[in-house]
Design a protein around this ligand. Structure first.
Ligand code: DP6
Length: 327
């Protein structure tokens, strides 16, 4: 039995769009921060010899076969690579505050990649593990590592992987995030579908990809120079450019809810009051506020005054995927 844990990551330069949807090769490099608060713990064993399919239990509930197509295809990849025939039994727990709406495929596929590949007898390097996790969900390749992580888009299965910017967990910058829980409703449109539709139809998509290149250069410099303000400005701007592409898509689409705008305005107000903070958003209405780790509590108190009905969870840089046990 193998148990692995991986934490979620939030992109500062967003991954949005696949050049190769099967191998999950993106159009641009992306850069994220792995967090310490939201994680998935996954236990994998071989199923009985007689089993004729993989079995999945998520948060104590057995998943119906039709909900497991993507997971089963991912395990099939591992079977092929390890040259094993046996099906797997997977038990996974998402440690995300109730109703956080942050349950991310990133921590899920990163933990599954590590636990299942270990069970199958593969001893993958972190880079190969990152390449494998990528096949489950693009952003999962970054959750193999802690702290600031860059996903090199590459051009094929071999060259598309993530790499930590600084040694695992040694984030020098005074940085953290506040996750603002705007909504716990399931997404109306899956990010995978919307991503593909944006690439196919949005006239803003090319401009976004070009902007990512420039944003990446400035953001990496900001990290090297420990320049929190520039990092925040670039992350905020990059996220909004990504969201602008979906508005230009056909049909037009936006992840924003009215409460999302209210939260953004609250962040802008707190910033005007003198506390450095910036916002980013992913494929959903929740807002993540980027702040200095040392000021996170003050930030949370002030934002709670402005948004009394919005639950908030404070997070700091977190570690890469790890094995908790293997026996
Ligand atoms: C907006 O990694 O969930 O969070 O590769 O289709 O599984 P798939 O997509 P996924 O997309 C994440 C998109 C994002 C930005 C990011 O995390 O970089």
């Amino acid at each position: 039995m193998t148990i692995a844990r991986a934490h979620t990551n939030i992109a500062l330069i967003k991954y949005w769009g696949k050049k190769d949807p099967t191998l999950i090769i993106p159009y641009a490099n992306s850069l994220s921060l792995t967090l310490d608060q939201f994680y998935t713990t996954t236990e994998v064993t071989f199923a009985d010899e007689a089993a004729h399919q993989d079995e999945f239990i998520l948060n104590g509930q057995r998943l119906a076969p039709k909900a497991t197509t993507r997971l089963a295809a991912f395990l099939e990849l591992i079977r092929q690579r390890a040259r094993v025939q046996r099906y797997f039994k997977v038990k996974s727990e998402n440690h995300v505050p109730t109703a956080a709406g942050l349950a991310s495929s990133a921590s899920g596929f990163a933990a599954l990649a590590l636990a299942a590949s270990t069970t199958a007898g593969l001893q993958l390097s972190s880079r190969d593990l990152s390449r494998l996790a990528r096949r489950g969900s693009g952003s999962a390749c970054r959750s193999i590592f802690g702290g600031f992580v860059e996903w090199h888009k590459g051009y094929d299965d071999q060259t598309s992987y993530a790499e930590p910017l600084q040694a695992d967990q040694h984030v020098a910058m005074d940085i953290g995030m506040l996750a603002l829980i705007i909504s716990d409703q399931p997404k109306q449109i899956s990010s995978r579908k919307e991503m593909a539709n944006t690439v196919a139809t949005s006239p803003f998509y090319d401009a976004f990809i070009q902007a990512c290149e420039q944003d990446m250069i400035i953001l990496k410099q900001a990290i090297t120079q420990n320049d929190f303000v520039t990092l925040g400005q670039i992350a905020e701007s990059n996220a909004m450019k990504m969201h602008a592409t979906t508005m230009g898509a056909q049909p037009p689409f936006s992840y924003f809810l009215p409460e999302t705008i209210q939260a953004i305005q609250a962040v802008q107000r707190v910033r005007r009051e003198g506390l450095d903070c910036y916002y980013t958003m992913d494929a959903g209405p929740n807002v993540k506020v980027i702040g200095r780790a040392s000021e996170l509590e003050t930030l949370q108190v002030r934002l709670t005054e402005l948004l009394p009905n919005t639950p908030m969870v404070a997070a700091r840089p977190g570690p890469g995927a790890m094995l908790l046990s293997d026996f």
